[in-house]
Design a binder for this molecule. Structure first.
Ligand SMILES: Cc1cc2nc3c(=O)[nH]c(=O)nc-3n(C[C@H](O)[C@H](O)[C@H](O)COP(=O)(O)O)c2cc1C
Length: 152
């Protein structure tokens, strides 16, 4: 059985205590049999995340997911715990869990990115899995939902 994504995150990047907001980033391997199934998945994300005051962005490459989740620490932790058991993906690996002072995706209950350049980087991430925070931040710079496709 794979190690829990939560355990790995706690081990590698425990966020400083007392931060009002946390950001988690993970990658996973998609098990969606049909890319069209991303649409209902996003609808669920957006409905729930608005209620939970969680923001972020989902990248889908056809083969992998990468997701950024931001919000109140316990809320995001519980959400990741739920997401990692979802059978629509597997091999969920948290790349970072860190404190935030301001959200990177304040306007997105769940933005969506499906772009070739981003997909290439996410594939690399999923393969090597050990990235420095600088490298990860460079990739996050690319993960900007555009206002049309973002609403898929
Ligand atoms: C790649 C991926 C990302 C997900 N992201 C979220 C999310 O951001 N928010 C959310 O509520 N559920 C997300 N889910 C779905 C959850 O695993 C779970 O199905 C959902 O929260 C259940 O909500 P419901 O009880 O309203 O159907 C995601 C699932 C997958 C496979």
């Amino acid at each position: 059985m794979e190690k829990s994504a939560i355990e790995s995150a706690d081990r590698r990047h425990a966020a400083p205590a007392g931060c009002a907001l946390e950001q988690w980033v993970y990658v996973s391997r998609s098990r969606l049999p049909d890319p069209a199934l991303v649409k209902p998945l996003l609808a669920t994300c957006r409905r729930n995340n608005r209620r939970l005051d969680v923001t972020g962005c989902l990248v889908y490459t056809g083969e992998h997911f990468a997701q950024v989740l931001e919000g109140q620490p316990q809320t995001v932790q519980e959400l990741v715990r739920r997401i990692e058991t979802d059978e629509r993906h597997q091999d969920c690996m948290v790349l970072t869990r860190r404190g935030l002072t301001i959200r990177q995706y304040p306007n997105w209950s769940m933005g969506y990115v499906f772009r070739a350049d981003v997909s290439d980087r996410v594939r690399d991430l999923a393969r090597c899995r050990q990235v420095s925070l600088d490298e990860l931040d460079a990739i996050l710079e690319l993960i900007q939902p555009d206002s049309v496709m973002g609403e898929l």
